[in-house]
Write a protein that binds this ligand. Structure first.
Ligand code: SF4
Length: 66
């Protein structure tokens, strides 16, 4: 199974928690919106992405398996 990340940009408020948890996958841009650097990251990023999803204060992130 491959990881797939979805973002609801309307919910993102640029808190940057995701970038702290998974800096190889998320970056907060100058407009204070998250940029997904890799929407299908390798399996070794799963734990970090799960933390980012869990701790995003606005629940803007979703991880699905494809
Ligand atoms: S933690 Fe959530 S609200 Fe903050 S930048 Fe990431 S996606 Fe956006």
């Amino acid at each position: 199974m491959a990881i797939r990340i979805e973002v609801d940009p309307d919910l993102c408020q640029g808190h940057g928690v995701c970038e702290s948890e998974a800096p190889e996958v998320f970056e907060v841009g100058k407009d204070h919106k998250v940029v997904v650097l890799d929407a299908s990251p390798p399996e070794d990023q799963r734990a970090a992405v799960e933390l980012a999803v869990k701790y995003c204060p606005t629940h803007a992130l979703r991880l699905t398996d494809t």
